[in-house]
Design a protein around this ligand. Sequence first.
Ligand code: GLN
Length: 486
Amino acid sequence: MRAPPQTVTELRSALRRGEITSVAATQAMLDRIVALDNELKSYLTITDELALEQAAAADRRRAQGEDGALLGVPIAVKDIICVAGAPTTAGSKILDGFIPPYDAFVVQKLKEVGAVILGKTNTDEFAMGSSTENSAYFITRNPWDLEHVPGGSSGGSAAAVAAELAYGALGTDTGGSVRQPASFCGVVGLRPTYGRISRWGVVAFASSLDQVGTFGRTVADATALFQAIAGYDRRDSTSLNVPVPDYAAALTGDIRGLRVGVPAEYFVSGIEPEVETAVRAAIAKLEELGAEIHPITLPHTRYALPVYYLIAPAEASANLGRYDGVRYGPRVEGADMIDTVKKTRALFGPEVKRRIMLGTYALSAGYYDAYYGRALKVRTLIKQDFLNAFAQVDVIACPTSPTTAFKVGERADDPISMYLADIFTLSVNLSASCGLSVPCGFDSKGLPIGLQLIGNALQEATILNAAYAYEQATGWHQEKPRIGRG
Ligand code: GLN
């Protein structure tokens, strides 16, 4: 018997040649979810009926001669993105039972190209976290070692893709939530430029930082998903009305002459030696492939964490004001209106409450200028660092995260150590650059390590091609996690 297709690219060829139908491929994924997801816990909701209907529709479209990169391909969607008729919880009890009557822009786009939606994946509550332990429902496990976290907040999507419970997935990345779990789970995760994709229908966390991103087991797969969802939409005034290039065509694998910057500030104490070794070896590989390596400096790097943890909670505190027991989800009746709002808002989990308090404080009269206002100014300095760097280089290469996946529970009670998991990813969001994580090896425990490649605004094609060249020359993506292999 022929092995089932492993990637979006392989599935597409098999569908095209008539070796498999989308209904069969979808059923195989659903069976695998039933067999493995009790342990892994990557999905919050499985939309099996919807998936099989979409698969049958995709097979009919194919029979009529249609062919597209995602036609009939089963994928997963982070549960912070609205899919009409399916629960959308954002990992929170405060949205328990909320069923959006509409599709997010990105889901509309996926449906247009005939992708099949298997279900909604687990996330830290309102995407606040780096381990998926802040989900109000359950913790997702890392498919390489179930004792370890998958990263977060899009940990469900990363784990599902790594464990082959979906061919690809959507996540969101406000400070690292696509790249960091991609790194922890050994898959590719792309965080596109702010505004590259309309966020209409995506539950808001921090509106000046949020963006949808894609996961794939290969660079080509993450690119195929990105191609399908990129674009402007008048319902999101921050989305950019610029043409969407042919990203797949940009994957030539030729990086001769590419200028790669290596920031001194990203190789400092606190980074695990095995991570540093793997990332430096990856950079040497890029050089071997014809890239030029340049030392660069991003001098304001050490302010990224405090700046992010002022701006993101401030914006979150404003965005989360809408959950009052009237407009969405459950309501806990109290003695009067204020009491009802108080009791309902007690449904937020501890991390969300912490952020609302921090954010409200940073925005309050008398503190606004000292905290939020200053954070915005330092954010401009961070952005300027990146603009200066991109005057000299095309791509910045560094680790995605200072460590590999930590153990479940290890950082759960220590918010600062949890925040440090995103130390290398936050600046991409603050500077409105784009970034991705591509597998670049394993530590001695067998846990994946990710190489982060950062590009200037709208230069996704450049970083995707650099990652593609690296992937083709190394083959880390062919390694498989233990789960489901006896
Ligand atoms: N871990 C970071 C946070 O907790 C980033 C989360 C994200 O990108 N959604 O805010």
